[in-house]
Design a protein around this ligand. Structure first.
Ligand code: MN
Length: 161
């Protein structure tokens, strides 16, 4: 049934919808962005969509997706991440441990913990990542810090890809 819009329903229909629909792991009215600036840090075959950013909530919700073989940057920082795997499977390094991950797993990254995500299961892997809107810049490992991580053969194999 269709009704002629009253001034109130018209006003409502002109306000931005609170819903952004999702199709093919793309959200409408949402830019598909580079993961980071090219050359700023090592990463491969990963894109970013910022789904939500509110200063009053002090938070951001982003969706990252990696093609098979893709990976995020090996990094650490003071801010925490809550990462929910939304699609696919792969592995993540958290601290000194490698974990197999798949759809619906929730990964907490504590402050100053080395972490990296890899879509190394032959399928795309996508995840939501919740962070502070205002946050410190990620740090990359020094050669010495990388050597310490690679002392564990499982970590070395993960980092080698
Ligand atoms: Mn991070």
């Amino acid at each position: 049934m269709r009704c002629a819009p009253t001034s109130e329903t018209k006003a409502l229909s002109e306000t931005k919808s609170p819903i952004r629909r999702f199709s093919g792991f793309r959200w409408e009215d949402t830019d598909l962005l580079a993961y980071k600036d090219e050359g700023s840090a090592p990463f491969k075959a990963i894109t970013r969509q910022t789904l939500f950013r509110r200063s009053d909530l002090h938070g951001e919700l982003r969706y990252f997706e990696m093609a098979p073989g893709g990976y995020s940057t090996l990094e650490r920082h003071e801010h925490v991440h809550a990462v929910l795997i939304l699609r696919g499977a792969g592995e993540c390094l958290v601290g000194g441990e490698v974990h197999k991950i798949s759809t619906n797993d929730l990964v907490t990254i504590e402050p100053m913990t080395w972490h990296q995500f890899r879509a190394n299961a032959g399928v795309p892997m996508g995840f939501l990542c919740m962070v502070n809107a205002e946050r410190d810049k990620p740090q990359l490992p020094s050669e010495e810090e990388r050597r310490v991580l690679e002392a564990d053969p499982k970590v070395a194999a993960f980092l080698k890809g």
